[in-house]
Ligand binder design. Structure first.
Ligand code: BGC
Length: 423
């Protein structure tokens, strides 16, 4: 896992490298009814009352206090109203010269009741992805980003192996009936994070605290991926399919054996465990990159790194060894399917993107194959248990008026992409 030397300053990217941004249906669409929206209503008051305890030590506390203490912050509601405003949002992405957008289909809209599929909802998504393509933007479709219909939650969600068939039936229905195909599909977003946060850390619905359940869910998600992979490959033989993995880079703060062993174990548990067993069913490896962790002895320790608004340490340069590590291990091309910062004052985003660009160029110079970079996120959106206050968007959203404003960092990214594309 050693970082090889950065090859000077020239940035080299293949002509067909995808430059983009990402969103997920529940976080931007608005008007969703699924297991997550039910949980939001059940827990919003409690979470608002715990805001100071949870976020009081963040440097942005003064800026977010009012919002974070309101129950409405924790209810996705109209979100960024992207379900209605997608054309405007695609036009903005085009203005930023982006060549790709990662976005999803919401299962609870397609199959609101068990076995009852809604052709109109599917038609919405057909038009949605056609409109995206009409702007010259290649869609990267996500089939599942953590939310599902209530009836599926009532059956136990992914804790039960026999429930996998409901997910694959949804995948089958969508791929059979949507009336178009896709070049890139992500079946499942971050299986590890979902399993652990929802079933072991009690942070997300259904707030379980069982390692056994978390491992079970992770294994069911892997099965769901493999089965979906086969369905999609039959239907769209040329499609490139991957999972989006949340991977943290664990690097050694010293050279002791215990440090090396700890870093190896953390990488195994946090990264490779979820990829093993499904690596043969991935045409690309989707990488959601937010974290690097310095390991010293048995501790993970990042005192020198600056922090974003969520208090997450920021080490975008470690994207290079992260990519190299994954590529060397699996020899599957890497598509960065998410990477970004919560940054309400837009003070770090440009730096983060520019460091990421250097890191990717370096990783390719080191021999890693890459497909593209999809920044998280196109728009400010609903950040799961934290609600609306974290601002990840290239484009700022005023949630009172739904007015969109392109941030300066995004303008910079757009100019950079134009240069890379020679336009
Ligand atoms: C998730 C996104 C989320 C982002 C920032 C990723 O783990 O896929 O949905 O908004 O991180 O927390």
């Amino acid at each position: 896992m050693n970082q090889t030397k950065q090859s000077k300053t020239t940035l080299k990217f293949p002509k067909n490298f995808l430059w983009g941004a990402s969103i997920s249906s529940h976080q931007v669409e608005g008007g969703n009814h699924n297991q997550w929206s039910v949980w939001e209503l059940e827990t919003a008051r409690t979470r608002a009352s715990q805001a100071e305890e949870n976020y009081g030590s963040l440097p942005v506390w003064g800026d977010i206090k009012k919002q974070a203490m309101q129950p409405s912050n924790y209810v996705s509601g109209a979100a960024s109203d992207h379900y209605a405003r997608y054309e405007e949002d695609f036009a903005l992405a085009k203005k930023l010269n982006l060549t790709t957008l990662r976005s999803g289909i919401e299962w609870s809209r397609i199959e609101p009741n068990e076995g009852e599929f809604d052709p109109q909802a599917l038609e919405h998504y057909r038009q949605y992805f056609d409109a995206m393509e009409a702007q010259g933007i290649t869609p990267v479709l996500t089939l599942w980003h953590w939310t599902f219909p209530e009836w599926f939650a009532d059956k136990g969600g992914f804790t039960k192996r026999r429930n996998v068939k409901y997910f694959t039936r949804y995948v089958d229905y969508v791929s059979k009936n949507i009336g178009r195909n896709f070049a890139y599909v992500i079946t499942i977003n971050e299986p590890t994070i979902y399993s652990v946060f929802s079933y072991q850390q009690k942070r997300w619905p259904p707030e379980e605290k069982s390692l056994y359940l978390a491992l079970r869910v992770l294994s069911r998600l892997k099965i769901a991926h493999k089965k979906s992979y086969k369905i999609l490959k039959k239907r769209w033989p040329r499609v490139q399919i991957g999972l989006a993995h949340n991977c943290s880079y664990f690097y050694q703060g010293d050279d002791s054996i215990i440090t090396r062993l700890t870093a190896w174990v953390l990488d195994l548990v946090g990264n490779r465990y979820a990829i093993h067993g499904v690596s043969k069913y991935q045409d690309f490896l989707g990488l959601n990159y937010y974290f690097a962790n310095k390991v010293i002895g048995t501790r993970v320790h990042n005192p020198e790194s600056p922090q974003n608004d969520l208090g997450w340490t920021m080490e975008p340069d470690k994207l290079r060894p992260m990519i190299n590590h994954l590529y060397n291990q699996y020899k599957i091309p890497i598509l960065v399917t998410e990477s970004g910062v919560a940054d309400m004052h837009d003070q770090y985003r440009q730096w983060w993107i520019s460091e990421s660009i250097k890191a990717m160029s370096g990783a390719m110079a080191d021999g890693s194959k890459m497909i593209g970079y999809i920044h998280w996120s196109l728009l400010d959106n609903f950040e799961w248990s934290e609600g609306f206050w974290p601002r990840f968007g290239l484009i700022e959203v005023d949630y009172t008026t739904q007015r969109r404003t392109i941030r300066d960092s995004a303008k910079w990214y757009g100019r950079f992409v134009a240069k890379m594309r020679n336009i």
